[in-house]
Design a binder for this molecule. Structure first.
Ligand SMILES: *Cc1c(COP(=O)(O)O)cnc(C)c1O
Length: 467
């Protein structure tokens, strides 16, 4: 007679029995005690759930447990936040950590992590200072603004700007600029959360200056201009220029605020790339406050940067939520080092990884790809071809810009692309993240750092040992 579920469950050994069994001990090896106990407990719970969910299934209890304990232990013993090789071709990949830091920024972070610092200490005066001071001078210099401050990210910067300057007042915004940046950042929601009252003007594709003019009322507190960073309206469309909005706002004594999104500091057009508006141009156009990200096209740490007129920046700094959204010392250190590179455009382009990856000539990628291919020893069932492709900027910036690239296209007549992708992602150290297209795994070299080429070769050659 088939055993009942209760009888099967009773066959699962206890955690203590398993921990002292020689068979399991050989799997657990020298792992610390907490990890041994946790791995066995999690494996037992998982098996129990599996048996309850599929009572008809025949299961070899001990071998299932052994396998499960081994994988649980491996995952417990490595950090959850791990480095990966980004072979997706998306440069500012939000899920993979957006921008990488320059060497200088990395060392500054390590230094303030290991030592006390002048985070809020004025060395000259020997008393308390401001954490904003370290980057304010640089930001003022680079953008031409009167004042600057930094918070956690651009979502926080935009929120704080609205909360501090236009709480309880109406803010005019074009219907073409009610953007969603991904996740929970949707302009109408951010405005509502900040306590400002959204007044939509114009239409999705066409908004005229007169639309703003007609919406002005005694309740109007500001005009908000939002950069359509992650999408483009092409064709039959109109939008007043930032300078026109500034003129209108200032005629009515209203601040004109901008959420610029990506925060480009270089003139990308001179590298043959899509021109992106810069904070400097916005300040020159007369914007009162401009908010942008630190880890998109700027290429620094996650941060939200606010630059603009001193009266407004002061007011934002004094808002009660400024403390809740303030940046830590690692951000200040990394941002200062990143901004310093921009004193010299060539230095910025060479040292800041995001800019380097964006402007990598495709010829260099071909050279590396051929060198990689020469070093490969793949089993017969695997095919690797070098093909032309297109990388993306990502991070909700330059949505129409495609960058020519070289792809290692991997396929097998024994395994599906899904299986190959999974092997590279789960069974390689560091994991390699690619994408699947037309039953091939596509590994885009543009976002693989040159110093990672050897790891990529080793990871691919590992297929030769059947793993
Ligand atoms: C990216 C972006 C944001 C959000 O910036 P985070 O730094 O990711 O918080 C807000 N507004 C615009 C227009 C953006 O492009």
């Amino acid at each position: 007679m088939k055993p009942t579920l209760q009888e099967v469950l009773r066959q699962i050994p206890s955690v203590d029995t398993l921990l002292s069994s020689p068979e399991i001990q050989s799997i657990l090896g020298e792992a610390p005690r907490w990890a041994q106990v946790a791995a066995v407990r999690q494996a037992v719970n998982a098996l129990r759930q599996q048996l309850v969910a599929h009572p008809q299934q025949a299961v070899d209890i001990l071998s299932t447990l052994s396998a499960r304990i081994a994988t649980e232990l491996a995952s417990l013993l490595q950090p959850s936040l791990r480095r990966v090789i980004n072979a997706t071709g998306v440069i500012i990949h939000t899920n993979l950590g957006r921008s990488l830091l320059s060497q200088a920024a990395q060392s500054r972070v390590a230094e303030v992590a290991a030592h006390y610092s002048t985070l809020e200490f004025d060395l000259d005066a020997g008393r308390r200072g401001s954490r904003h001071s370290h980057v304010e001078r640089l930001l003022v210099e680079l953008t031409g603004a009167e004042a600057a401050m930094v918070v956690n990210n651009n979502a926080a910067a935009t929120f704080l700007m609205l909360a501090a300057l236009v709480h309880g007042k109406e803010v005019l915004i074009s219907r073409g600029q009610l953007v969603e940046i991904g996740g929970s950042f949707r302009m109408p929601d951010v405005m509502a959360a900040s306590g400002s009252i959204m007044v939509e003007v114009g239409t999705t594709n066409k908004t005229h200056l007169r639309d703003y003019e007609q919406a002005l009322s005694p309740e109007t507190g500001a005009i908000l201009y939002v950069h359509q960073s992650n999408f483009a309206i092409v064709g039959f469309s109109t939008m007043p220029s930032p300078a026109e909005l500034v003129a209108l706002g200032h005629r009515h004594q209203l601040p004109v605020l901008e959420d610029l999104g990506c925060g480009a500091f270089l003139n990308f057009a001179s590298y043959g790339l899509h021109p992106e508006p810069t904070p400097k141009a916005s300040i020159e156009a007369g914007m009162d406050v401009v908010a942008f990200s630190g880890d998109k096209l700027l290429g620094g740490p996650q941060a939200g940067i606010l630059v603009g007129k001193a009266v407004y920046i002061d007011c934002i700094r004094k808002h009660s939520l400024a403390r809740a959204l303030r940046v830590d010392k690692f951000t200040v250190a990394a941002l200062e080092a990143t901004l310093r590179h921009y004193h010299d455009e060539q230095e910025a382009r060479q040292e800041i990884p995001t800019l380097r990856l964006l402007t990598l000539p495709v010829d260099d990628l071909w050279k590396r790809a051929k060198r990689i291919k020469r070093r490969l020893h793949l089993p017969d069932h695997l095919q690797l071809n070098l093909i032309e492709g297109e990388s993306e900027v990502g991070g909700g910036t330059m949505p129409l810009q495609k960058l020519p690239t070289v792809i290692l296209a991997l396929s097998s007549h024994q395994q599906s692309a899904n299986q190959l992708e999974q092997t590279l992602r789960l069974e390689r150290h560091p994991p390699i993240i690619g994408r699947i297209q037309a039953n091939r795994v596509m590994l885009d070299l543009r976002t693989v750092l040159p110093e990672e080429d050897s790891e990529l070769v080793a990871a691919l050659n590992q297929f030769n040992s059947g793993s």
